[in-house]
Write a protein that binds this ligand. Structure first.
Ligand SMILES: C[S@@+](CC[C@H](N)C(=O)[O-])C[C@H]1O[C@@H](n2cnc3c(N)ncnc32)[C@H](O)[C@@H]1O
Ligand code: SF4
Length: 375
């Protein structure tokens, strides 16, 4: 049973990329310019089939990839015009695809937030990652977006890249800050076992894994010293005081971390609606054929038990810098562990409403502390 008209967050997956980066594990398809139009047709057909679950006004729309900005510009514009309006409309962009024309297109189509995949500013590290863009492309992209009046730009960085030193990381953070982004996401590199990338960089990845905790602390120290708010484990934004009163946290990602329902369209997209999680087929041909025939594409479905929902709420909620109200979540928490971790200065239990939060030290240990807290 899905509630009618209640979902306020929409994710749309645009899988096409110019080439494949060795470390990437997302659902992507290289090239296929000839299929961009059919894919947008399919997305719009899927949207029509699902329209009933969406609220009349959305809070966020997020176009992720793949490389949404590699999609044929006419098709990208057609899609953006057809999507329901939302308070926050984010598009992920790769730097080498950003031109003044693309900036104007995004702005004219109602996009008000761009998430740019910089990853690093060191040419040698970008080449390890198989990235197409160089550091100058990242800068040019930011200037082009600013010229198009896009005033909410997020930069993605990756750390723990084979061959990266602490000094390289510091330089990346400084170069990113010099561009004055409203938001930064800093991810530790995840390398899937068994991939060519992991095979090629095995020893160096192991060395980087050992340094990861100190890199994480370095990232937080550097960005908070520059005045950014560390509002989620890997996410930072300019605080409202430095942003004309705007709350620059990602509304869309906040919805995930707060356990809100969301609808995902496109191949490999995940939806969570009314305690049911669905994952659409990652196979492009199967997806296109189903929607061309007016049918829902195949999906994996997982019904989430109340226990699973509560555990997820605790796991995700404690990633944020705001306390998590535990009303209704009591059975998901090991209260003995809370006592123990409180004495160690890793967790705080606040107020009568019983809100749980990790301390700064607890946030550095992150997932480890949260895992211990779960009943
Ligand atoms: C879905 S990706 C796509 C964005 C865009 N195509 C790009 O490459 O910049 C979004 C972000 O996830 C991060 N990411 C992707 N693969 C990763 C990995 N294996 N480990 C850590 N972060 C990763 C990158 O920072 C990337 O910008
Ligand atoms: S461009 Fe982005 S989505 Fe595409 S392969 Fe590279 S990392 Fe993955």
């Amino acid at each position: 049973m899905s509630p009618d008209g209640t979902v306020r967050h929409l994710y749309v997956h645009l899988p096409f990329c110019a080439s494949r980066c060795g470390y990437c594990d997302f659902v992507t398809v290289v090239g296929r310019r000839g299929q961009h139009r059919a894919y947008v047709d399919a997305l719009l057909a899927e949207l029509e089939l699902e329209r009933g679950v969406l609220a009349p006004e959305l809070e966020s729309v997020f176009l992720g990839g793949g490389t949404p900005t590699f999609t044929e510009p006419g098709e990208l514009a057609r899609l953006l015009w057809a999507l329901p309006p939302a308070l926050e409309v984010t598009v992920e962009a790769n730097p080498e695809t950003v031109t003044p024309e693309l900036g104007s297109l995004l702005q004219e189509c109602g996009v008000n937030r761009v998430s740019l995949g910089a990853q690093s500013f060191r040419p040698r590290l970008l080449s390890v990652l198989d990235r197409q863009a160089g550091p100058d492309d990242v800068r040019r992209a930011v200037y082009a977006l600013r010229d198009a009046n896009l005033d909410n730009i997020s930069l993605d960085l990756i750390y723990g890249i084979p061959g990266q030193s602490a000094a390289d990381l510091d330089a990346d953070l400084s170069e990113a800050l010099a561009l004055e982004p409203e938001h930064l996401s800093c991810y530790e590199l995840e390398a899937k076992p068994g991939t060519r990338f992991t095979h090629a960089h095995g020893a160096e990845l192991a060395r980087q894994a050992e340094a990861m905790e100190s890199y994480f602390e370095r990232v937080v120290a550097h960005l908070t010293a520059a005045g950014y708010r560390w509002y989620e484990t890997a996410n930072f934004c300019r605080p409202a005081g430095l942003a004309d009163g705007r709350d620059l946290r990602s509304r869309h990602n906040l919805a995930y971390w707060r356990g809100r329902d969301y609808l995902g369209l496109g191949i490999g997209a995940v939806s969570t609606i009314d305690a049911r999680r669905r994952r659409t087929t990652p196979r492009l041909g199967v997806y296109l054929a189903a929607l061309a025939a007016g049918e829902m594409p195949p999906r994996e479905i997982e019904d989430l038990s109340p226990d699973t929902r509560r555990s997820e709420r605790v796991l995700l909620g404690l990633r944020l810098d705001e306390p998590l109200g535990v009303d209704g979540l009591e059975s998901a928490v090991d209260w003995g562990a809370v006592d123990r971790l409180e004495r160690l200065g890793l967790v705080q239990l606040r107020g009568e409403a019983r809100a749980l939060a990790l301390t700064r030290q607890g946030r550095f240990l992150g997932g480890g502390v949260t895992a211990e807290l779960l009943a």
